[in-house]
Design a protein around this ligand. Structure first.
Ligand code: IMP
Ligand code: MG
Length: 176
């Protein structure tokens, strides 16, 4: 599948995204109640969501960045998670908040949750994804928090890419 800019339709607009991100951040503020958090942003896709989300969070917070990839071809999951760079500080006794762009097969989410639980005894572990594509799930994992559902579409924008492009779009787009 090739995705051209002129073929893109808007699924979620910039205004819808701004409103929803603020709402999800409010839920996180309620949950953590001022307790310190380590936010782990999964590069590259989650970077746009993460920088918007953390600016609404009101607790003491550190940001960490790791890089995973699971996409083999441009639009279909390889079924394998590749840990490109997963160096993390000591997360023992920390409230860890993973920030992802989308949960698709769920393999990346499961890999990361298992990795953190195997290496640390965290105080709490929550998974916050911008999008949730439930229909393509292969493993039993759900985000604790998410902004929007997506059905079986390949979407771009707001950090999500097609072949490296379109991460800069302020909306979520798809090709009909
Ligand atoms: P999973 O491991 O199959 O859940 O896939 C997670 C990763 O696949 C995400 O972090 C995205 O980088 C990528 N991905 C899944 N669906 C889409 C999509 O519709 N557009 C762009 N990237 C996607
Ligand atoms: Mg990703």
């Amino acid at each position: 599948m090739e995705i051209k800019f002129e073929d893109l339709k808007i699924l979620y607009s910039k205004e819808q995204i701004e409103k929803k991100v603020a709402e999800v951040a409010e839920k996180l503020n309620d949950f953590y109640k001022g307790e310190e958090v380590v936010a782990v942003c999964v590069l590259k896709g989650a970077v746009v969501f993460a920088v918007d989300l953390v600016r609404h969070l009101d607790m003491p917070l550190k940001m960490e960045f790791i890089r995973l990839s699971s996409y083999g071809s441009s639009t279909t999951s390889s079924g394998k998670v590749n840990a490109v760079d997963i160096k993390l500080p000591d997360l023992n006794d920390k409230n860890v908040l993973i920030i992802e762009d989308i949960v698709d097969t769920g393999l990346t989410a499961k890999f990361l949750i298992d990795f953190i639980n195997m290496n640390f005894h965290v105080k709490s572990l929550k998974f916050c994804s911008f999008l949730d594509k439930k229909i393509t799930r292969k493993v039993d994992v759900e985000p604790d928090y998410y902004c929007f559902d997506v059905d079986d579409k390949f979407v771009v924008g707001y950090g999500l890419d097609y072949d490296g492009y379109y991460r800069n779009l302020p909306y979520i787009g798809y090709k009909e």
